[in-house]
Write a new protein. Structure first.
Length: 239
C-alpha cells in the first residue's frame, strides 16, 4: 500500500513540476474547495498519465530496453513475449525505486496523512528523493546539454528544473542501456560467426547460421545463469 501511495505522489509531483509555483499554489488552494466528484475526476486524470510518468522518472527505460534487445541478441525476438518483458521490467523498477518510494512515504506521505504538513510542503518533500535519484543517474554531459539549451545556470543541483532534468535523465538512461546491450551482444555474435564459418567450411551454405546457432546461444545463456547475472548488473548499476 505504501508503494502505491508513493507512486501516486511521484505522479502528482512530476505533473505539478511542469507548472509555475504560483499557478500550482492556486490550483492546490482551489482543489480544497472543489466538490468530491471533481476531486475524483482530477485524481483519475493524474492516474491516466501514470505510464508516461513511470517511464520518465524511474529506472524503467533502461531495464525495458536491455530486456527487449536481449531477445534480439539471442535470435528470438518474439520470446519472451512483450507482456512478460514489460511485467518483469515493471517489478524490477519497483525493486530499484523502493528506497525512493520509502523516502517519499516517510517524509511526505505519512506527515501529510497525519496533517503535519501542507499540500505544497508534501509535494516539495516528495520531489527531493526523485530529483536526487535522477541527478545521480544522469550523465553530466547530457545534463549540461539541456542546461545550455534551456539557458539555465543553476548554482546547485537542487536548482535544476524538472523540465530540464527529465529529458537529460531519459537520454542518459538510453545511452547506458545501449552500452549494456553491446556487451550482451558480443558473445552471441561470436557464436554466430563460428557457426557460419563452420557451415561454410563444410559447404553447407544453404543452411541459415541462425538456425544452427540458436540452441547453442540459448544453452550458453542458461548455463551461465544469464538472467541472474543480467538482473544483478541492472540493479547494481543504480547503486
Amino acid at each position: 500500500m505504501r508503494t502505491f501511495l508513493s507512486i501516486f505522489f511521484v505522479l502528482l509531483l512530476t505533473t505539478s513540476s511542469f507548472a509555475q509555483t504560483d499557478l500550482l499554489t492556486q490550483t492546490v488552494e482551489q482543489l480544497k474547495n472543489l466538490d468530491v466528484t471533481l476531486k475524483i475526476l482530477f485524481l483519475i486524470t493524474i492516474l491516466s498519465l501514470a505510464p508516461s510518468i513511470l517511464i520518465t522518472v524511474t529506472s524503467f527505460v533502461r531495464i525495458v530496453i536491455v530486456l527487449s534487445l536481449l531477445r534480439h541478441a539471442l535470435g528470438i525476438p518474439q520470446a519472451p513475449p512483450n507482456q512478460v518483458i514489460i511485467a518483469l521490467a515493471l517489478f524490477l523498477t519497483f525493486f530499484v525505486m523502493k528506497p525512493v518510494f520509502d523516502d517519499i512515504n516517510k517524509n511526505a506521505i505519512q506527515p501529510y496523512i497525519k496533517k503535519e504538513i501542507t499540500d505544497m510542503e508534501a509535494i516539495n518533500r516528495a520531489v527531493e528523493p526523485v530529483k536526487s535519484f535522477m541527478l545521480h543517474n544522469t550523465r553530466k554531459e547530457d545534463l549540461k546539454l539541456f542546461l545550455d539549451l534551456a539557458g539555465e545556470k543553476p548554482k546547485s543541483p537542487k536548482e535544476v528544473s524538472m523540465t530540464t532534468l527529465i529529458p537529460a535523465f531519459m537520454i542518459s538512461e538510453i545511452k547506458t542501456a545501449f552500452e549494456i546491450v553491446f556487451v550482451i551482444f558480443l558473445p552471441f555474435l561470436i557464436i554466430d560467426l563460428l557457426i557460419a564459418s563452420i557451415l561454410m567450411a563444410m559447404g553447407m551454405m544453404m543452411i541459415p547460421p541462425m538456425l544452427i546457432s540458436l540452441p547453442f546461444k540459448i544453452i550458453l545463456f542458461v548455463l551461465a545463469d544469464g538472467f541472474e547475472l543480467l538482473t544483478k548488473a541492472l540493479i547494481e548499476s543504480y547503486k
